[in-house]
Design a protein around this ligand. Structure first.
Ligand SMILES: Cc1cc2nc3c(=O)[nH]c(=O)nc-3n(C[C@H](O)[C@H](O)[C@H](O)COP(=O)(O)OP(=O)(O)OC[C@H]3O[C@@H](n4cnc5c(N)ncnc54)[C@H](O)[C@@H]3O)c2cc1C
Length: 477
């Protein structure tokens, strides 16, 4: 037996990492594991990144409850864990009288859900606040509490803080078998745990089925996005009025200053099908054109994420099959916004199920991060470079990321050992050149400080290596 735990959390997306961080304040043995080599490699890395205000979910649903509760918890989390969070507010745009009526329904729903500060804006006010919009806009529902974050940076921050407070992180560990004994569960014949949390996203039905819980099935639905270069195009998160076919395409700034367009909503059989299709691109651009007064600015990249849907609402709570097995499943949108509240709900469920929660006297809620070099004053940059000249060697020119920041990420307690892992922590390769200049240097640093051979270095998951063989020289012979 590899180890014996109080709680094992399967899946290190935003849900698993939020739960791990929430539980890390108690005297418990906890393991957070994932089949991937890093946190946030599932849906959490690819979504709209919006902390929704909470007017969209139907009243009395778990989505409404956790969204409204969760959105209020994000500001403190972002402060404690030093990740970007910007409360910009959102606008749902109406372009005709029929859509005005839908806005009134959303306003009413939001008030029932307990969302504060909702207002209907007229055309004059909208165009004053959002001059890039088409003058066809009629009215809008304004929600001041809506915000944007970077979801993978949030998941990384939560996991780093959980590790700092004693949680064990186990990457590259797919759960394939769960057996039960009188005290709990044995995972893959190796890890014993008294309580098990299933936060495995698109695979949560398969993981639940390992204990015989077949009460739900996950239906994957792909959402494709386009990213525009950094610019001040819009000031709020802009939604279209929802229709029976979906919420339409949104336009939103990202916390890094780019503009996000999307998503599409395409049912797909394969939960790993994150392709960006020509149809998707055409649909997004045609919808964006109807919102903006000028042509859509040039696109620099695209990506897609998979919604893990299980009916109309989230599934959060004990499995019918075993009271110590908890499902967090069907967590489609607004799962990101809801994640801090879902973590609190799981804590309460564990306590109700008999887990003793004794607070750690030395729990540290804060993540202690060095500020990115590009955000420092020239004087502070000079001081840092005098201390360590590697801070003065800029590897990623588009995003101004230094060699030492990359080394720090590779050698951290939650290390970045893939190109995408570095990207998610530092934004290396995410600028206009999309890694054209810095990738060879990143490979060299991963080789040197991550102790990986070039052919072992993946872009993301195993099999995504950029280098297959040495062509000459054989440095590793
Ligand atoms: C297009 C799109 C737009 C969205 N926009 C928003 C938004 O703006 N706001 C919002 O609030 N929400 C949004 N969401 C929803 C939000 O992204 C999800 O609710 C959230 O990311 C789900 O997190 P998770 O931790 O449940 O799943 P994931 O992030 O998928 O994490 C599950 C983890 O489990 C691991 N795993 C799977 N199987 C196993 C196994 N057998 N063993 C070990 N590990 C396993 C995976 O590797 C993965 O890391 C959006 C979703 C999509 C797809």
């Amino acid at each position: 037996m590899k180890s014996s735990q109080d709680v094992v959390i399967v899946g290190a997306g935003i849900i698993g990492s939020s739960i791990a961080r929430q539980l890390s304040q108690y005297q418990l043995n906890i393991t957070l594991l994932d089949q991937a080599s890093d946190v946030s490699c599932g849906t959490t890395k690819a979504n709209s990144a919006i902390i929704h205000a909470g007017y969209d979910a139907k009243p009395q649903t778990l989505q409404a409850k956790y969204n409204v509760q969760g959105s209020l918890l994000w500001p403190l989390l972002a402060k404690e864990l030093a990740f970007p969070y910007r409360q910009l507010g959102s606008l749902v745009l109406s372009f005709d009288e029929k859509q005005d009526e839908i806005l009134k329904e959303l306003l009413n729903r939001g008030q029932q859900n307990g969302v504060s500060g909702l207002e209907i804006w007229n055309q004059k006010k909208i165009l004053r606040e959002e001059p890039a919009l088409s003058s066809r806009v009629h009215s809008a529902l304004y929600a001041p509490s809506a915000a944007i974050v970077c979801p993978y940076q949030a998941a990384i921050a939560l996991t780093e803080n959980a590790i700092h407070n004693g949680v064990t992180w186990l990457p590259s560990y797919p759960v394939k078998k769960i057996s039960q004994d009188k005290d709990g569960f044995v995972i893959n014949d190796e890890i014993h745990t008294r309580y098990l949390i299933n936060a495995s996203g698109v695979n949560s039905d398969k993981v639940a089925a390992l204990i015989g819980d077949t009460s739900f099935t996950i239906s994957p639905r792909r959402g494709e996005y386009l990213i525009l270069d950094k610019q001040q195009l819009v000031n709020h998160v802009l939604f279209q009025t929802p229709t029976p076919l979906g919420k339409g395409v949104l336009l939103a700034p990202t916390v890094d200053g780019n503009v996000l367009l999307g998503p599409t909503a395409i049912d797909c059989k394969d939960p790993t099908d994150t392709q960006v299709t020509q149809n998707g691109i055409d649909l997004i651009l045609s919808q964006a054109k109807t919102i903006l007064k000028d042509p859509v600015p040039p696109v620099i990249s695209g990506f897609a994420g998979i919604r893990a849907l299980a009916g109309d609402d989230f599934i959060v709570g004990p499995s019918q099959v075993h009271p110590h097995f908890f499902n967090c499943a069907g967590i489609g949108s607004p799962g990101l916004a809801s994640s801090p509240a879902i973590a609190l709900a799981i804590r309460d469920y564990l306590q109700e199920a008999g887990l003793k929660l004794i607070e750690k006297p030395d729990f540290d809620p804060c993540r202690h991060q060095r500020l990115p070099i590009h955000s420092l004053s020239n004087r502070n940059k000079d001081l840092l470079i005098q201390e360590n000249p590697n801070y003065g060697k800029i590897v990623c020119r588009c995003e101004t990321i230094s060699e030492q920041e990359i080394i720090d990420a590779i050698t951290a307690e939650l290390p970045a050992l893939t190109l995408d892992g570095l990207k998610r922590r530092l934004r290396v390769g995410m600028g206009r050149c999309q890694g054209g200049f810095c990738t060879p240097r990143l490979l060299r640093l991963l080789e040197q400080y991550g102790h990986l051979k070039p052919a072992q270095i993946n872009k993301n998951e195993p099999g995504s290596n950029l280098i297959y063989n040495e062509t000459k020289g054989a440095r590793h012979a």
